[in-house]
Design a protein around this ligand. Structure first.
Ligand code: NAG
Ligand code: NAG
Ligand code: NAG
Ligand code: NAG
Length: 392
């Protein structure tokens, strides 16, 4: 009797079979039999690590592939993983091109969508890189247009996408929807930095990374996240918003962070790709390989279109990777483009355009490998939280 009194309650309970190892391992996600990753270039992992395909620019470093190969997912030989994400798509296109391929009874679906719905590419073009020659008025117009799209179409588009995917879930199934992250910190030294790509563009047209512009672009991303979250909240408890925006700020991983001096594309801890960069682990032969098909009317396709327009107007302008020959595309590109039109019909790529700039340029403003790792970990952590709430 005396001995028993000295035991703690936990020790006593642990002697009773009912209380033995009843705590599920929340990190063990090997229960997942079917899962699918849909979305845009943030989900295809554009430019991170080994390239998995050309048409959609899926990469091994994208968060879906990081999750699939994460030890917390375990080795379940029955698991099916559909990696349907494709660079450049709007949520309306994800709905029509990816959702029909998603099998029923999914235990897990991840979505990245909405960034292309609000013409973010036009903002990056007109306010930052200026692949198409323009002035400040063009940047202002793009920002106004994006805000309009955020206010009008975004939430409706995302509602439709989520509604169609909820019907594909298994009883314990969940949808995780990572948003986007603000791009800029508030370093003063960025105010008179320009990332305009054409050295010969008149200085008065060159757009600078002024604090006003950076605040406006950050605000745009916050507005997108806010709409996504509204849509997700309406969809019920099985759809979970993953807010990773704060992590990039917390890690000092944005452009123009206080105390940094841009351009600093190789800065340790930078979590977004800057213009024309190589990372550790990048295969230069894969990244610099031009001439692949990309969806037309996509961010990637648009960059090519804008560059061509500028070169048509200014045949003597050039740009190219630092330390290499300027890219020799002028007449050659035109010929190749015409040639590719023929090829395109031949190969049946009816909604792809051939491309002549490498992914190492197109991946600007996308998360680098470490950024994708953070997103994957945020989702896996949220899955652990959900698992605590599930009945197995
Ligand atoms: C895989 O499927 C087979 C056949 O349905 C089943 O016997 C087995 O337990 C499954 N394995 C896992 C790890 O779920
Ligand atoms: C802005 O640029 C000029 C030269 O172009 C330089 O002298 C000046 O220090 C820069 N200002 C800041 C705040 O970086
Ligand atoms: C950007 O900065 C440069 C150099 O400081 C300046 O010449 C140019 O006018 C600025 N561009 C705009 C659109 O204000
Ligand atoms: C940025 O750095 C300056 C100078 O070091 C400092 O005064 C300012 O508070 C910092 N801003 C933020 C947001 O940390």
């Amino acid at each position: 009797m005396k001995r028993i009194l000295n035991w703690s309650l936990a020790t006593v309970l642990s002697q009773i079979p009912l209380f033995q190892s009843s705590i599920p391992d929340l990190d063990d996600q090997s229960w997942i039999q079917r899962w699918t990753a849909v979305g845009d270039s943030y989900a295809s992992g554009l430019g991170t690590g080994l390239r998995l395909d050309y048409g959609c620019s899926r990469y091994a470093g994208g968060y879906p592939n990081l999750m699939e190969t994460d030890e917390r997912f375990g080795l379940n030989p029955n698991r099916t993983f559909q990696y349907l994400a494709c660079s450049g798509l709007k949520s309306t296109e994800i709905l029509t091109k990816q959702v029909p391929h998603v099998l029923d009874n999914q235990d897990l679906i991840t979505i990245s969508a909405g960034g292309n719905d609000v013409a973010l590419g036009d903002v990056l073009d007109s306010c930052i890189f200026q692949w198409k020659h323009g002035n400040s008025a063009r940047c202002d117009a793009a920002l106004v247009r994006s805000q309009e799209l955020i206010d009008t179409v975004l939430e409706t588009n995302v509602d439709l996408l989520i509604d169609s995917l909820v019907t594909k879930l298994s009883p314990n199934g969940r949808i995780y929807y990572p948003g986007y992250a603000q791009f800029f910190g508030d370093s003063v030294s960025c105010n008179n930095i320009s990332w305009s790509v054409w050295p010969r563009m008149p200085p008065s047209d060159r757009q600078n990374l002024t604090i006003e512009r950076r605040v406006r672009m950050n605000h745009m991303v916050s507005q997108v996240n806010k709409k996504l979250k509204q849509s997700i909240d309406k969809a019920g408890e099985n759809v979970i918003f993953i807010d990773w925006d704060w992590t990039f700020a917390q890690a000092g991983g944005r452009f123009c962070e206080n105390g940094t001096r841009e351009p600093a594309p190789q800065r340790q801890g930078l979590l977004f790709f800057e213009w024309n960069t190589m990372d550790d682990g990048d295969d230069p032969n894969l990244l610099i390989r031009p001439g692949d098909p990309v969806p037309s009317d996509s961010f990637e396709g648009d960059i090519g279109k804008w560059v061509l327009e500028t070169l048509t107007k200014h045949p003597d302008w050039q740009f190219g990777p630092v330390g290499t020959e300027p890219i020799a595309i002028y007449p050659a590109v035109m010929e190749r483009l015409i040639d590719s039109q023929g090829l395109r019909a031949q190969l049946g790529f009816d909604d792809y355009v051939f491309w002549f700039l490498p992914d190492s340029w197109k991946r600007v403003f996308h998360p680098r490998a470490l950024g994708q790792r953070l997103i994957a970990d945020m989702i896996i952590h949220a899955m652990a939280v959900e698992k605590a709430n599930m009945v197995f």
